[in-house]
Design a protein around this ligand. Structure first.
Ligand code: NCD
Length: 473
C-alpha cells in the first residue's frame, strides 16, 4: 500500500498500521543513512516556518538533503506576501505549483489544513499554534517504542503545560491509538483542554478518571496528578482506584515522563500575570530517585527552559537528545512515503476512523476559538465555517480546522416546509424537533438574533426551551 500524496495535518490522519509501517521504514533507514541518497532526487520541498524553530525545520531540511532532494525555505512571515495581506490559501496554491511537498509551521490553529486543502501537494504540519505537532509525536512514539519495545499498557506521565503544548495534544491521541495509559500532571491552570479530552474518550474509547481534588501525594515533586486515561486495551490495573491503591500502583513504575516547557508565547494576559512559569518544579536527579522513576524515560520535545536539570543530560534515562536526533530518520521515512519514493507494508487494520457528517455552509457561527485560522482569516473571506457533527444529543460541532467544539443554542432545517417563508422556523437545539433534522439540512445558530437576522422565526420549540430555562414566562 502507498502513502503517496497523503498529507499529515493531525496525528489522526495516520492509522495505527500506517504509523507502524513508517516506523519499520525508519528502522531500515536509520541502519543505512548513507544509502538513502538519491531516493528523492529531483523533488523539491518548501519549508515554511512562520514561528521560531530549530529542531523541526533543520531536521526536515536535513532529511530532504539526505534523500537527495532540494529545499526552498521561507522562515519569516514578514518576508513573505502574507505580510501584505495575502491569504494562506493563495500562498498555498502558488507554493504548491512550485514544489512537490510543503512543510508548514504557523501560529494559527488549523493553518496547515488550509495549506493541505489548497496546495495540491502533500503537506506536513510542523506545528499549528497550540493545536497539533504530529511529526514531533512520531519522534516521541518512535523513541518510546525503541526503548520499551511496545506502547501497550505502558504508563506515560505528561507533565507541565498541557493546555498550550501542541506536542502534548498530538501525543495524547497517539498514545491512546497505541494502547498506552496516560497520567496527567498539569501545571495548575494549564490542564488539557476539554475538547481534547472529549475527543479522546469519544474516539479512542477508554476511560478518563478526573480528580475533583487533584491527587497531591506527589506534590513536592511533580505537579499533582489531575486525571488518568485508561486505555481500553489495558486490563484495568489502574482502574478508578482510591488514592491509596493508586499510589501503590504508580510505585510499580512510570514508563515515561514527558516534560514540557511553559508555552509562554500562547499565554493569555491573565496567565502571564499569574506567572505560571515561576511555579514549575524542576525535574532533577533528586526527583527521579523515587522508586517509581527507576526505569522512567525522561522525555522532552525541547527546547527546555528551566524545567529539566542539566545534571540529567548524562543520565541513561534521559531521552530528549535521542528524540531530537531521531527526528532525521523519522522525517526521512515520512518524506519518502508521502512522495511515493517508498511504499509501506501496512498491516491489515480493524476499525477505520469515525466518519462524521460534515457541516459546511456559506453562513453559520464562527469557530469559538480566536486562534483558529477560520477566525483569523475572516478579512479575506474565503474560509467557510466547517464543522464535524460529532454528537446529536447534545448537538455538538467540532471545528474542522482547530478542533475546538461547541454546542449551538438553536437550529433550523434548510428544507423548511414547502419552501414558504412562513414556515422558515428555528428551534432550540435541545428540542426533540432538532433531532429530526437530517445532517445535510442542518443549520445552526449561536443566538436567536443570528437566526432572526437570516429570516428565521422562532418555532414553539424555542419557546418551550425558553420556559424551561426560565428566561421567558
Ligand atoms: C516544540 C514545539 O515547537 O511545539 N518544539 C519542537 O518542535 N521540538 C515544543 C516547544 O516549543 O516547547
Amino acid at each position: 500500500m502507498t502513502l503517496a500524496n497523503r498529507s499529515l495535518v493531525t496525528i489522526d490522519d495516520f492509522s495505527y498500521g500506517e504509523i507502524e509501517a513508517l516506523f519499520n521504514l525508519t528502522d531500515e533507514m536509520s541502519g543505512a543513512m548513507d544509502e538513502q541518497y538519491g531516493l528523492c532526487h529531483g523533488k523539491i520541498m518548501a519549508s515554511l516556518f512562520f514561528e521560531p524553530s530549530t529542531r523541526t525545520r533543520l531536521s526536515f531540511e536535513t532529511a530532504m538533503h539526505r534523500l537527495g532532494g532540494s529545499v526552498i525555505t521561507a522562515a519569516d512571515v514578514g518576508a513573505t506576501s502574507l505580510a501584505k495581506g495575502e491569504s494562506i490559501a493563495d500562498m498555498a496554491r502558488v507554493v504548491g505549483s512550485y514544489v512537490d511537498m510543503i512543510v508548514i509551521r504557523h501560529p494559527w490553529e488549523g493553518a496547515a489544513k488550509v495549506v493541505a486543502d489548497y496546495s495540491g501537494v502533500p503537506v506536513i504540519n510542523a506545528g499549528d499554534g497550540g493545536h497539533q505537532h504530529p511529526t514531533q509525536t512520531l519522534c516521541d512514539l518512535y523513541t518510546i517504542k525503541k526503548e520499551k519495545k511496545t506502547l501497550k499498557g505502558l504508563k506515560i506521565g505528561l507533565w507541565g503545560d498541557l493546555k498550550y503544548g501542541r506536542t502534548i495534544h498530538s501525543l495524547i491521541f497517539a498514545l491512546a491509538k497505541f494502547g498506552a495509559n496516560i497520567l496527567f500532571y498539569p501545571t495548575p491552570g494549564l490542564e488539557v483542554p476539554e475538547h481534547v479530552l472529549e475527543k479522546l474518550t469519544m474516539e479512542y474509547g477508554g476511560e478518563l478518571e478526573k480528580y475533583a481534588t487533584p491527587d497531591t501525594a506527589s506534590k513536592e515533586k511533580l505537579f499533582p496528578l489531575d486525571a488518568i486515561y485508561l486505555t481500553p486495551s489495558s486490563p484495568h490495573q489502574l482502574a478508578m482506584m482510591p488514592d491509596v491503591n493508586l499510589q501503590v500502583e504508580l510505585k510499580t513504575g512510570i514508563d515515561a515522563l514527558y516534560v514540557t516547557r511553559p508555552q509562554k508565547e500562547r499565554f493569555s494576559a491573565a496567565e502571564k500575570g499569574e506567572e505560571l512559569r515561576e511555579k514549575y518544579p524542576v525535574v532533577d536527579k533528586k526527583l527521579l530517585r523515587g522508586r517509581e522513576f527507576k526505569k522512567t524515560l525522561v522525555m522532552h520535545p525541547l527546547p527546555r527552559v528551566d524545567e529539566l536539570a542539566l545534571e540529567l543530560d548524562t543520565d541513561p534515562r534521559s531521552m530528549y537528545f535521542k528524540q531530537a536526533a531521531r527526528g532525521v530518520p523519522v522525517r526521512m521515512s515520512l518524506i519518502a512515503l508521502l512522495l511515493g519514493a517508498k511504499d509501506a507494508a501496512i498491516p491489515q487494520e480493524a476499525a477505520p476512523s469515525i466518519a462524521y457528517p460534515v457541516y459546511r455552509r456559506d453562513y453559520g457561527p464562527r469557530c469559538p476559538n480566536q486562534r483558529c485560522v477560520s477566525v483569523q482569516e475572516t478579512e479575506v473571506k474565503y474560509l467557510k465555517p466547517e464543522y464535524k457533527i460529532v454528537n446529536r444529543n447534545p448537538l455538538t460541532l467540532r471545528c474542522a480546522y482547530c478542533e475546538h467544539g461547541f454546542e449551538p443554542e438553536y437550529v433550523a432545517s434548510s428544507d423548511w416546509h414547502e419552501g414558504k417563508t412562513a414556515t422558515k422556523k428555528y428551534h432550540s437545539a435541545s428540542s426533540h424537533w432538532a433531532d429530526k433534522i437530517r445532517p445535510e439540512n442542518l443549520i445552526v445558530f449561536r443566538s436567536n438574533q443570528d437566526a432572526e437576522t437570516l429570516g428565521f422565526k422562532p418555532s414553539r420549540y424555542v419557546k418551550i426551551r425558553r420556559r424551561r430555562k426560565g428566561t421567558q414566562k
